[in-house]
Design a protein around this ligand. Sequence first.
Ligand code: ATP
Length: 270
Amino acid sequence: PEVSAMEVLESQDISYEDIGGLDNQIQDIIECVELPLIKPESFERVGVEPPKGVLLHGPPGTGKTMMAKAVAHRTDATFIRVVGSELVQKYIGEGSRLVREVFDMARKKAPSIIFIDELDAIAATRLSDTNGADREVQRTLMQLLAEMDGFENRGDIRIIAATNRVDILDPAIIRPGRFDRMVEVPMPDTESRSLILRIHSRGLSLALDVDFDKLATLTENTSGADLHALTTEAGMFAVRNDRDSVTMADFMAAIDKVLKPRQPQVNEHP
Ligand code: ATP
């Protein structure tokens, strides 16, 4: 059957400048993914092999997918995205075949970046009882490991995986030669939140009273994705009130609407 759980994109419009507050993580990605793709000879000259797989781990909505897309953009690599849970749930019985197809596609369209989101859905520590669904997950994982072990590490295919649950991963997946470079992508701190708010407000017409540093202190425990939603909502308040620009009050109202219902502690430090 013509099922496709993979998304193949030949060009990306996200760049490193669109990502707030992950400078060290971006440096890691440049070293492990970007340089092997654009300067494989530097690695050959020195005789060092770049890591085959990079594992991005951290809470949802913190920029893991963005980083993978940004490095694809920078290197002009084909970007192939698959979602772990879809491999084993959406196309039951097709998981291992899909994994094989993803690697075939990556070879055909090289240079490429394979991005596996929700890696934990296919690479969690094995459960003791193996019902049908678990066996399917295991077969899919086995295929992934076989593909990773099998492909020649020439730098023109890079594999990035992401997970929110690094704690439950099967140790086999992080062995040397597999996802042996781990990059933690944490929730943004106050300074990063201010940067992220600025990034998402770039296209907005802003009133002079908007204070991003202040907003950053009022948005503890929020991810980049939350801050994006917040910025959009602030813009919506300005539209609803038929104003030309977005004010600090619009952002405050957006905090109440978007974050408060979920996080009662958000306005602890007004
Ligand atoms: P998940 O684990 O849920 O897949 P993720 O870590 O891959 O999440 P992304 O898809 O990269 O999260 O981020 C979702 C959206 O949140 C982005 O499209 C962007 O708008 C915003 N975002 C997240 N992190 C950042 C960041 N560090 N800087 C700017 N925007 C961010």
